[in-house]
Ligand binder design. Structure first.
Ligand SMILES: NC(=O)c1ccc[n+]([C@@H]2O[C@H](COP(=O)([O-])OP(=O)(O)OC[C@H]3O[C@@H](n4cnc5c(N)ncnc54)[C@H](O)[C@@H]3O)[C@@H](O)[C@H]2O)c1
Length: 271
């Protein structure tokens, strides 16, 4: 399916690690809709090499950047505008990492240095990215910036750990910076709150299979896939959503508004 709704649009896509990554699927969908972009990821992620495959497939280049480093972001944005011959129409922030989740530290026993590191990578990097874009006046009017979130920002999921707090902070940054980006530059900023998805970041969450099944049985439309998320992001980058901003948009099959589904009641009903 292609309607060329991103024809002539240019941007940057963060976070494609392998072909399961939501950013990978998004790059494919954006390309399919006529968009042009630069791919980026942390220098350590380059070692895996898979991103070069995606670059070849989508006719893009890769510029490494650690999203917590202002110098890296400045270099990335300068080089991207020069490569794409102009300002940007879209940016996807698809970045998340918690050292506490990786190392299996319980929420009641967090290492706070690790917590700070995860917060910087998963949330503050979004502010750093937008501040560099804003100061360089790198976005075209009616451009669109999207970051990916999860419903643990609003509701408690025990094993999501400190990532829940990072997502709450990320969503708040989207609203706070989105105000100024809207007022001063006519640029929209939103977060998409995605269903649990089997990716490298997703698999780090303890008990992900149980999580996935629970969400699948709760959501009337079932879990949104990475491809569904990619398509939603394409729509958010297109001119069809010009005045949608400061929103946290659920792409979750309806999960976030369900109390309980009949399937879950039946599974728990011993009588
Ligand atoms: N998988 C899920 O269940 C799920 C659900 C909702 C939201 N999300 C969010 O979607 C986004 C993408 O995650 P994914 O599931 O595709 O997993 P993923 O592991 O494929 O992507 C995470 C990316 O973050 C990058 N990254 C980490 N540190 C970085 C840094 N310092 N600078 C630049 N990049 C860095 C990684 O290299 C990787 O490419 C994340 O924000 C994640 O929290 C995921």
């Amino acid at each position: 399916m292609s309607h060329s709704i991103l024809e002539g649009k240019k941007g940057i896509i963060f976070g494609a690690l392998d072909d399961q990554s939501i950013a990978w699927k998004t790059a494919e969908s954006v390309k399919n809709e006529g968009g042009e972009f630069v791919l980026t990821n942390a220098p350590v992620a380059m070692r895996m090499g898979a991103i070069n495959e995606l670059a070849e497939k989508t006719g893009s280049i890769v510029i490494p950047a650690d999203a917590t480093q202002i110098d890296d972001l400045e270099n990335l944005i300068d080089k991207s505008m020069s490569h794409l011959n102009g300002k940007l129409d879209f940016v996807l922030h698809s970045i998340g990492m918690s050292v506490n989740v990786r190392k299996g530290r319980h929420y009641t026993d967090l290492n706070h240095d690790w917590m700070t590191k995860g917060w910087d990578v998963s949330a503050v990097s979004f502010h750093k990215l937008m501040q560099v874009l804003y100061k360089k006046d790198a976005m075209n009017p009616w451009g669109s910036i999207v970051a990916l979130s999860y419903v643990a920002a609003q509701r408690t999921f025990p094993n999501y750990n400190d990532m829940a707090d990072n997502k709450a902070y990320l969503e708040s940054i989207a609203r706070s910076f989105g105000y100024f980006f809207g007022k001063e530059k006519n640029v929209r900023v939103n977060t998409i709150s995605q269903s649990p998805t089997l990716t490298t970041a997703g698999k780090g969450v303890k008990g992900l299979d149980g999580f996935l099944n629970y969400a699948e049985q709760t959501a009337p439309l079932g879990n949104a896939t990475a491809e569904d998320c990619a398509n939603y992001t394409v729509m958010m980058f297109s001119d069809y959503t010009k005045r949608v901003t400061l929103q946290n948009l659920y792409n979750d099959g309806g999960f976030s508004n369900v109390g309980v589904s009949q399937e879950i009641i039946d599974a728990l009903d011993n009588g």
